[in-house]
Design a protein around this ligand. Structure first.
Ligand code: GUN
Length: 294
């Protein structure tokens, strides 16, 4: 059996189109354009690429973006001072502080300084805390796990009662992903570097989310036949046959796993495009919270 390939690019395009249409309605109703502020600290090359893609997406959907770039040695007060100014700026509906921050900065304190109503990344401790609690709802859900949920929904996966396995426990993906799956009534196992018999645990998954950052770690014989596999990994590996000498792969050994799984996301073109689409959706939601609907 060969798996259904889940086209994240196409699903993200649908989400972006819907968001763009909602933005146009807001503007036609006399509301201000939704605005996203991005805060980049330091010179991490991958972060620079991600931030510029987020700004480009804003422009494409008719939103404003406000880019701020602080030096690698910015102080805690400088970063939090900038966030406080953005909290007070009515043109700014969403604030995104690109992670990781340089190691001398206290990340939790920076994330806590963002207004809850502008926390479009959903990383504020109160938003994450609400995500973890029964009967409470966060104002925003982190973009990558939310994008994974939208993909599962779009291909018609019914999560209730399934065994879901999340590989990785990061604050950005693994942990909020596991919380979302619990909220969808899946039975969730979180695996990490100390998990015993990792292949055996992964083999129990009806739905597998791989988010460990280890190139092609999940092999074909780790996967239950027919399982749905969402690959969040984006890893660059050497490949002399490729014009650039390298290429991107996920955390899943795609060529093997696609022969076993029922459905699988490719890398690139799977989860990646969904993250930005969900950020745009969260920013639209923040603008509606601030200025009301169209
Ligand atoms: N670094 C990697 N992913 C993300 C994300 O979704 N948001 C932010 N702010 N930083 C990231």
């Amino acid at each position: 059996m060969t798996a259904q390939i889940i086209d994240g690019k196409m699903i993200a395009e649908q989400v972006r189109k819907e968001v763009g249409e909602e933005v146009a309605k807001l503007v036609a109703a006399g509301k201000p354009k939704p605005g996203l502020a991005t805060v980049l600290v330091g010179e991490n090359p991958a972060s620079k690429v991600y931030v510029s893609s987020k700004q480009k997406a804003c422009a494409e959907l008719g939103m404003e973006s406000f880019g701020f770039h602080l030096s690698e040695d910015a102080t805690q007060d400088e970063v939090e001072g900038l966030v406080r100014e953005l909290n007070a700026d009515p043109r700014v509906n969403g604030i995104l502080v690109q992670l990781p921050l340089p190691s001398h900065l206290d990340e939790e304190s920076v994330l806590r300084s963002i207004s809850l109503e502008k926390d479009v990344d959903g990383f504020h401790p109160i938003n994450i805390g609400r995500l973890a609690q029964k009967g409470r709802d966060p104002l925003f859900v982190p973009c990558t796990p939310l994008g994974c949920m939208v993909m599962l929904e779009k291909i018609g996966v019914k999560l209730e009662g399934t065994n879901a396995v999340v590989l990785g426990r990061s604050n950005i993906v693994g942990m909020p992903m596991a919380l979302l799956l619990v909220r969808a009534n899946a039975t969730v196992t979180i695996c990490h570097s100390r998990t015993k018999d990792l292949p055996g645990v992964v083999r129990s998954a009806d739905v597998l989310i791989a988010a460990v950052g280890r190139p092609r770690m999940v092999r074909g014989d780790w996967v239950k036949p027919g399982a749905v596999v969402i690959d969040v990994g984006i890893n660059r590996i050497d490949d002399p046959t490729h014009p650039k000498g390298s290429r991107l792969v996920g955390d899943v050994y795609f060529e093997e796993v696609k022969e076993v799984a029922g459905a699988i996301t490719p890398v690139p073109g799977g989860v990646g495009p969904m993250t930005i689409a969900m950020l745009m959706k969260n920013t639209l939601h923040a603008a509606i919270l601030a200025n009301g609907p169209a």
